[in-house]
Design a protein. Structure first.
Length: 68
């Protein structure tokens, strides 16, 4: 992670794992990763200080399908 981003839902890669997390900006150089699942806690990340964490993109649309 090496750039400031706007708040929202993002797709990230950490090593071999793909994550979908809400991101909240805490300061100019710190963001917070938030899961909608309460079983997973929040995590603060310093920008430019987390090798192996890559932001792949921002979620801009959610499709809620239903069983046919």
């Amino acid at each position: 992670v090496d750039r400031i981003i706007t708040e929202g839902i993002y797709i990230l890669r950490r090593g071999d794992t793909i994550l979908i997390k809400r991101i909240r900006k805490l300061s100019e150089d710190t963001i917070e990763l938030i899961s909608d699942n309460p079983a997973y806690g929040k995590e603060s990340i310093k920008l430019g200080n987390q090798p192996g964490v890559t932001i792949l993109g921002k979620v801009i649309y959610i499709w809620s399908g239903r069983k046919i």
